[in-house]
Design a protein around this ligand. Structure first.
Ligand SMILES: C[S@@+](CC[C@H](N)C(=O)[O-])C[C@H]1O[C@@H](n2cnc3c(N)ncnc32)[C@H](O)[C@@H]1O
Length: 253
């Protein structure tokens, strides 16, 4: 599939289009906390931190965080919005992080794993930057877990197919890590609460800040948004469904 460049395509509307409600952010931080050691502070890495949707909340919850992000414009927006002294953002990628070896207790990769070009190198680099027993919280969809997260996908022709093609099957991701000596600490779903009424979510979806939209044809986009609009018009107050999102936790030995 074609590579998405966040510096040219999505940076402008990402923060608005993908904003989380307070309740959603709380649900995620609680889910991460349940998968991390109890001691505080923990030194964290937010790998592929984007516009910093999670980074300040990670710092508030667990301790100082370094966001690693290759796209200059995503990083600039994150920096402009950062409101926590325990947050810094650095240019880098999962394959090459400008931080010392063994300096982090955990890393979060939230919807960034499928963008990684050299996954073997990323696994090696993640093992380098984490301390022994450090944890990787890998939030991704997996091509063999249908339906994937994204309630709106069903309205788009080939919606599930297009989404699945962006992601690896779970066993392939696990093998990439276990073959390099990691172990699976847990795998499951996290319920992300509703984003609010579907009628309020539609204009945000129209910003097309989910990279999935880049893989639809213009006809599929028109059909999908048309169906979505009609479904919402038929029941304007209906809330967007809560989302069961898959989260894989890996431990570096
Ligand atoms: C869907 S966004 C997720 C951003 C953020 N984690 C969030 O949930 O809002 C994917 C991010 O991964 C970044 N990315 C792309 N290639 C990467 C790489 N090799 N290493 C780390 N991040 C990468 C993109 O620039 C983009 O900011």
């Amino acid at each position: 599939m074609r590579r998405i460049d966040y510096d040219t395509e999505l940076y402008r509307d990402y923060a608005r289009g993908r904003a989380l409600t307070e309740q959603q952010l709380r649900a995620w931080i609680a889910a991460f906390g349940a998968r991390l050691p109890d001691r505080r502070p923990l030194a964290g890495l937010d790998v592929g931190s984007g516009t910093g949707r999670f980074t300040p909340a990670l710092a508030r919850g667990f301790g100082p965080v370094t966001g690693i992000e290759p796209a200059v414009r995503m990083r600039e927006i994150a920096q402009a919005q950062s409101q926590h002294p325990g947050v810094r953002y650095l240019a880098g990628s999962a394959e090459d992080m400008p931080v010392p070896s063994g300096s982090a207790d955990y890393a979060l990769m939230f919807l960034s794993w499928h963008h990684i070009q050299d996954k073997t190198r990323a696994v090696r680099e993640l093992a380098r930057v984490l301390r022994p027993a450090g944890r990787l919280l890998l939030r991704s969809n997996f091509s063999d877990h249908i339906p994937p997260s994204g309630w709106w996908l069903e309205y788009f022709p080939r919606g599930f197919e297009v989404d699945a093609a962006m992601f690896q099957p779970l066993h392939e991701v696990i093998a990439a890590f276990t073959s390099a000596g990691w172990r699976v600490a847990s795998f499951g779903t996290v319920t992300e609460p509703s984003s609010g009424p579907r009628r309020d979510v539609l204009p945000l979806l129209r910003l097309r800040t989910h990279s999935t939209f880049a893989h639809f044809t213009p006809d599929e986009l028109e059909t999908g948004f048309g169906r979505l609009q009609r479904a919402i018009a038929a029941d304007p107050g209906a809330p967007a469904p809560a989302d069961d999102a898959t989260l894989l936790t890996l431990e570096r030995r």
